[in-house]
Design a protein around this ligand. Structure first.
Ligand code: AMP
Ligand code: MG
Length: 344
């Protein structure tokens, strides 16, 4: 067991002593949970294989699932990748700092532990001011997957990090809840055509506007078998799952409500849209049907709440898959272990 420090950093200027402490811990090979605009990340020095090994251990994460490397300025990227193609410049110009991760061929500065044994590396420049100040204070690029135990819903508040990682990491930064609430969009620029590996707040539509042709990996919408050779190893694992059995229910508001009301009521909960009227089982709303940003913002906290409530079965009204809805859908089909039903 480690003694986990809580470091409050809401304003990098005002909370400078805690900021410098987070930077020092990271520089010295420690593990620190940090806020970002997507979800809280479990950070370590991306260039130090031993520090990175600590991330996998604390999370219980499979070793072949590569980590995203976080930078705070473009110059930090130069010796991490073999070159920066034109497409990467265009994406960086429009979406960095922000919730977009690019996969590029790596240099030897990135250890295999960080890249999960791949010759490529995932890079992101976050926009959250505290995250940026922590990277700068550490003075090294930070590998940071989501700061949860592997398999559970991602953390969007510092309390979620405490629930999952207290005693396993050196420090947890106390800061505001995450503005976006789902992980970054991941795009690979290593093939002939750019390919979306994981949807996020930067949408497929926006990527196509910027780059022209962008393919969508089949793992975005489908289940991949554990032994499949996939371009994004993270996509094949069980993910985002509460203890309750989750069913994703497609259909109109009336059809959804009818379906839920027909289920065995013992331990049953529903996660619905604001428009869904007439539910008598316990429920939470995750936003209006068209409001994908609010859905993204609330979904992981609500999945965690289902466990706290002792839910046995959760029926979730399936989001539409346009815009940021694709990211919400991608997380929810995984939390439901791909159990989707059509309600009529
Ligand atoms: P997380 O750390 O939980 O945000 O997950 C990072 C995601 O990025 C996972 O789905 C990884 O599989 C993916 N990823 C990271 N590095 C690479 C890479 N070099 N090539 C392909 N996918 C990657
Ligand atoms: Mg994760």
């Amino acid at each position: 067991m480690k003694q986990t420090k809580l470091l409050p950093i809401y304003d990098p200027e005002r909370d400078r002593p805690a900021l410098l402490e987070a930077g020092r811990l990271l520089r010295e090979g420690g593990l620190v949970a940090i806020p970002t605009e997507t979800v809280y990340g479990l950070a370590a020095n991306a260039l130090d294989p031993e520090a990175v090994a600590g991330i996998f251990e604390a999370k219980g994460r499979p070793q072949d699932n590569p980590l995203i490397v976080h930078i705070h300025e473009m110059s930090m990227m130069e010796d991490l990748v073999t070159g920066i193609p034109e497409a990467a410049h265009r994406l960086a110009e429009r979406f960095w700092p922000g919730p977009l991760t690019m996969i590029l061929p790596k240099t030897n500065r990135i250890p295999m532990a960080t890249s999960g044994g791949l010759e490529t590396v995932a890079i992101r420049m976050p926009s959250n001011a505290v995250a940026r100040a922590i990277i700068e204070a550490a003075g090294v690029p930070l590998a940071a997957p989501s700061a949860n135990r592997s398999g559970s819903p991602s953390p969007t508040t510092w309390q979620h990090c405490v629930d999952d990682l207290e005693g396993r990491v050196d420090a947890i930064v106390q800061s505001d809840p995450c503005a976006v609430g789902v992980e970054s969009t991941v795009i690979t620029l290593c093939g002939e055509v750019p390919r979306l590996l994981r949807p996020g707040a930067v949408t497929l539509e926006q990527l196509r506007e910027t780059l022209g042709q962008v393919e969508m990996d089949r793992g975005v919408l489908e289940q991949l078998s554990p032994d499949a050779r996939v371009s994004s190893p993270g996509m094949k694992y069980k993910h985002y799952a509460p203890k309750a059995e989750v069913t994703l229910v497609r259909g109109t508001g009336e059809a959804f409500v009818r379906y839920v009301q027909q289920q065995q009521p013992c331990g049953l909960w529903a996660i619905c849209f604001e428009e869904d009227a007439g539910l008598t089982v316990p429920n939470r709303c995750y936003g209006a049907r068209e409001d994908h940003l609010t859905q993204a913002n609330r979904i992981f906290d609500l999945l965690r709440e289902m466990d706290k409530q002792g839910a046995k079965k959760v029926c979730i009204h399936c989001p539409d898959t346009d815009g940021v809805g694709l990211a919400v859908y991608n997380r929810l089909i995984r939390s439901a272990a791909f159990h989707v039903v059509d309600a009529t």
